[in-house]
Design a protein around this ligand. Structure first.
Ligand code: TXA
Ligand code: MG
Length: 315
């Protein structure tokens, strides 16, 4: 593969997709690594570039609602209600796939995850591609999702054709994923669209904890290792004893008195979410051994944030 091209021109980036290449692009959640969903050769390259296990399905990104018809065989009433309220935005809807969507994209599942980003540059890029774009987060498998184009290059330089450069992402955590195939919509992954947001539209949406009790994970990706820096992640509750602060780091919304090697005090919980993954990466660059993450209340974006932190800490 030749050198990775970086550009801020969505047209230039889209030309790589149309030619069967791989392009990383910004969205409001995290950067994605895209390929033409209908080009199996191109989609195969995504798994290779990321080192992604083949049993973890990809989300397909659309630039307008009409493209949903190319991807879904049964876009349910619940899916329509959620799309009408939250598309474009940080929400992925899982529905029955059409025959046209390659099984490689869905890891053999008969369902497909569909998302329409609201990020302006992403929308321009996707429109220029002229096809729905399959795209997981643009990190090496197992690493935290990239929230800057520099983080994308850190992982994928020389492994992909192009990076569409945008600003650091606004939300910083991946989209909310909702399974709309059954009679009751079920959250598969928490994100910026909260349970309360969803329930304001579809009152009986099921939360992920209720799901986990009745059997195997329906979202294959949630069983894989995710969101983890090399450093150990520790959730900081009131009772946590801190040793060797000089070798450790801290991120949260409250200020602390310990002499940490690296500290980030965020303005609020949304700011904490926006900065978490880049903070993880920065700590790894500094070879920091342990990262203390302040626990915040699990409501709104706080639930998605604590979901990512708890996963990283459970490793
Ligand atoms: O915000 C996001 O969602 C970003 C941006 C780039 O759109 N993408 C992203 O993709 O986070 P990825 O591949 O890192 O995570 C996709 C998640 C995985 O947990 C996967 O298992 C789940 O979505 N998923 C995708 N298709 C699915 C399907 N058909 N059924 C169940 N879960 C699915
Ligand atoms: Mg990912």
């Amino acid at each position: 593969m030749p050198k990775t091209v970086t550009t801020d021109d969505p047209e230039e980036a889209a030309a790589f997709i149309r030619a069967g290449g791989l392009v990383a692009f910004p969205t409001e959640t995290v950067y994605g690594l895209g390929a033409d969903v209908f080009n199996e050769l191109a989609v195969g390259k995504i798994f290779k570039a990321k080192g992604r296990p083949p049993d973890n399905p990809l989300i397909v990104h659309v630039s307008d609602l009409a493209q949903i018809d190319l991807l879904a065989s049964d876009f349910t009433t619940i899916a329509s209600q959620l799309a009408n309220n939250f598309f474009p935005g940080p929400l992925t809807l899982v529905v029955e796939k059409s025959v046209r969507v390659p099984l490689l994209v869905t890891s053999g599942l008969q369902t497909v995850g569909i998302r329409m980003p609201r990020h302006e540059l992403a929308a321009q890029f996707l429109a220029e591609c002229g096809t729905p774009v399959a795209a997981p987060s643009a990190n090496l498998s197992g690493k935290p999702s990239p929230t800057t184009w520099r983080a994308v290059l850190e992982d994928l330089d020389g492994r992909i054709d192009c990076v569409l450069r945008g600003d650091a992402t606004e939300i910083g955590l991946e989209s909310t994923v909702v399974d709309c195939t059954g009679p009751v919509a079920t959250i598969l992954r928490l994100g910026a669209i909260s349970i309360d947001d969803l329930r304001a539209v579809v009152p009986n949406v099921r939360a992920p904890a209720e799901l986990n009790k009745d059997g195997p994970a329906k979202s294959p990706g949630t069983k894989h290792q995710h969101y983890t820096p090399s450093a150990e992640v520790v959730v900081l509750d009131d009772a946590t004893a801190i040793t060797d602060a000089a070798l450790a780091a801290y991120i949260g919304v409250s200020s602390r008195s310990e002499p940490f090697r690296k500290v980030m005090v965020c303005a609020d919980v949304a700011d904490y979410a926006r900065n978490l993954f880049e903070f993880f990466r920065e700590c790894d660059r500094l070879a920091i051994k342990r990262i203390h993450c302040e626990r915040v209340e699990s409501k709104g974006i706080g639930s998605a944030l604590m979901d990512r932190i708890d996963r990283a800490a459970r490793r």
